[in-house]
Design a protein around this ligand. Structure first.
Ligand code: S6P
Ligand code: ZN
Length: 190
C-alpha cells in the first residue's frame, strides 16, 4: 500500500516539488495546431519558442489514484492567436479534472466531440471543474506566464489524436489588444 506524502507547490512559479518529469512543448511540436500556418513558419525560420511546459508527479495510472501536474504557458501569439496547450480528451473519456489558476491570465476552452464549446476565464484562485467527456485546452491571454495546477484520475490517460484531427470549434485571438473568441474555420466535427 502506498504511504501518504506531501509536496510543495509554489503558487507564484507553479513549481511542484518533488516532481518526476517536466515535458516541454515547443512550436515545432504543435505544427498545424494554430490557425495561421504562414505565421507559424515565419516564427520557426527564426526560432522554436517554448509554448508551454508541464511538470508531473508520476503516480500509479490506476483507478483510485490521482495525477498531479502544474503547467506554465508562455505569453505570445502565432499570428494573432494566443499560445495555448495542445488540448486533449481523456483516454478514459468518463473521467473529470480540476484546474486551479495560480498566476497570470488565461482562458479554458472545453468542448464535447460534437463541438458544444464553453470558455471559462482563468486567473489566480479560479478553479474550473471539467466534467467527464469534455476535451480541454488552456490558453494564455495575458502578457506574463500563465500558470495552473491540475488534478485528475490516475487512469484518465490522454487522447491527443482527436484534437489533432479536429481542432477546437473556437479559437482565441487578439483583437484591438483584447482576447476574442471566434469560430475556428478549420474545425471538423468529431
Ligand atoms: C492532464 C492535464 C494537464 C495537461 C497539461 C498540458 O490531464 O490536463 O496536466 O497535460 O496542461 O496540456 P496537454 O493538452 O498538452 O496535455
Ligand atoms: Zn486532462
Amino acid at each position: 500500500m502506498m504511504r501518504p506524502f506531501s509536496m510543495h507547490l509554489d503558487f507564484k512559479t507553479g513549481e511542484l516539488l518533488p516532481h518526476d518529469r517536466t515535458n516541454i512543448r515547443k512550436l515545432s511540436d504543435m505544427r498545424g495546431m494554430f490557425l495561421d500556418t504562414d505565421a507559424e513558419l515565419r516564427i520557426l525560420e527564426k526560432e522554436d519558442p517554448i509554448i508551454y511546459s508541464f511538470s508531473e508527479r508520476v503516480l500509479p495510472e490506476e483507478n483510485g489514484h490521482l495525477q498531479l501536474a502544474t503547467t506554465k504557458i508562455s505569453p505570445g501569439k502565432v499570428g494573432d492567436e494566443y499560445f495555448m496547450t495542445k488540448g486533449h480528451y481523456h483516454r478514459r473519456p468518463d473521467t473529470s479534472e480540476v484546474y486551479l489558476g495560480l498566476e497570470g491570465k488565461g482562458c479554458l476552452l472545453i468542448q464535447t466531440e460534437k463541438g458544444d464549446l464553453e470558455s471559462i476565464d482563468m486567473g489566480p484562485g479560479i478553479l474550473a471543474y471539467i466534467p467527464p467527456y469534455w476535451g480541454h485546452r488552456m490558453v494564455n491571454t495575458g502578457s506574463t506566464p500563465f500558470i495552473f495546477f491540475a488534478v485528475y484520475p490516475g487512469d484518465a490517460g490522454h487522447n491527443y489524436g482527436d484534437i489533432e484531427r479536429t481542432g477546437f470549434a473556437k479559437i482565441l485571438v487578439e483583437r484591438n489588444g483584447k482576447p476574442l473568441l471566434i469560430d475556428n474555420p478549420k474545425w471538423k466535427r468529431g
